[in-house]
Design a protein around this ligand. Structure first.
Ligand code: HSE
Length: 334
């Protein structure tokens, strides 16, 4: 069995979810990929706090100790621009495969980071950065290759959708609903990024880069959040047979691309209106394939850790010392 050592940067909601999933899926991963993952080091803010499934000697709060020489894959789940950016750049310069769920970092510096990865023969997996457990990155990168994507409309922020759902269906106040989303581990450390629409904008920038081949600066996205949405506005929409959702939209206008995030009223039967609680929905229109609807849980430990682990398993194939190695499932006959 091949052992692969992971440097895990960040052990919050998603990092903790990944640790649990690595343990729970150990045998399945061994059978399907022929590897056993091991945590080489885990970077956390507070080493005195115990982390389930992580032996204390693996923990460090020192950025310069976060990626030991024997780490073969780096998983960045710190969020935010720094120190995440510095660590990801350092890992890519070492030629290590990096997996990240950091939409803010990718939206701001994606073009540079992918160039750096290419220059150093490293890979950069980012399925967890948009859509949570919905494999939308894979779909846009692989399955839809060759299509000209005309537009994309999506519910991309679980926290906002929980707030809108709870306010409308349970009569909760905005603050109460936000607290619930925070307790469930859906919200960003700075929940202003969620309710202000910026988290959705970051994800839209990432998905647009895949769909349209163009890294739009986050500042070019027209962003309006849900802070001003009132229970009355939701009740009025409901009375008209409509629902309010925070919609991220990317639309081609000739050669130009228009990106926006704003609350929008939609007919109840619209696919985006059907997003409930932390669900994300992404509607993609391709010139050949037509309209596709992707849906699933877009936030939280389980769904996002699933996306991250998928990338980690893919990264194994990119490890240089595995040239002569094949996953057992691929060697079985029939
Ligand atoms: N804060 C994000 C959300 C987490 O609520 O969607 C998942 O990216």
């Amino acid at each position: 069995m091949r052992r692969v050592r992971i440097a895990l940067l960040g052990c919050g909601t998603v990092g903790g979810g990944l640790v649990r999933l690595l343990a729970a899926g150990r045998e399945r991963i061994a059978a399907s990929h022929g590897v056993e993952f091991e945590l080489a080091r885990v970077l956390v803010r507070d080493v005195s706090r115990a982390r389930e499934g992580v032996s204390p000697e693996r923990l460090t709060s020192r950025v310069d100790e976060a990626m030991p020489d024997d780490a073969e894959i780096v998983v960045e789940l710190l969020g935010g621009l720094e120190p995440a950016g510095t660590l990801v750049r350092a890992a890519l310069r070492r030629g290590l495969p990096v997996v990240t769920a950091n939409k803010a970092l990718l939206a701001e510096h994606g073009r540079e980071l992918f160039a750096l990865a290419r220059a150093n023969g490293a890979t950069l997996g980012f399925e967890g950065s948009a859509g949570g457990g919905v494999p939308i990155v894979r779909a846009l990168r692989g399955g839809l290759a060759g299509n000209r994507i005309e537009s994309m409309e999506a519910v991309l922020n679980g926290t906002c959708n929980v707030i809108l759902t709870r306010m409308e269906q349970d009569g909760m106040s905005f603050a109460e609903a936000l607290r619930g989303a925070q307790e469930a581990g859906f919200a960003e450390a700075d929940a202003g990024l969620d309710v202000g629409g910026h988290d959705a904008a970051h994800k839209l920038v990432v998905l647009s880069a895949l769909a349209f081949g163009h890294w739009a600066p986050p500042s070019s996205v027209n962003v309006r959040g849900i802070e001003a949405v009132t229970p009355q506005a939701l009740a009025d929409a409901r009375a008209r047979g409509r629902a309010l959702r925070l919609v991220a939209s990317a639309q081609r206008w000739g050669a130009a691309l228009e990106l926006s995030v704003a609350p929008r009223e939609l007919p109840r039967e619209h696919p985006l209106a059907r997003a409930a609680m932390e669900q994300n929905v992404i509607v993609v229109r391709g010139d050949t394939v037509g309209e596709l609807v992707f849906t699933g849980r877009g936030a939280g430990a389980g769904p996002t850790a699933t996306a991250v682990l998928g990338d980690v398993c893919d990264a194994v194939a990119a490890l240089p010392r595995l040239e002569a190695w094949m996953p057992p499932a691929m060697m079985r006959a029939g």
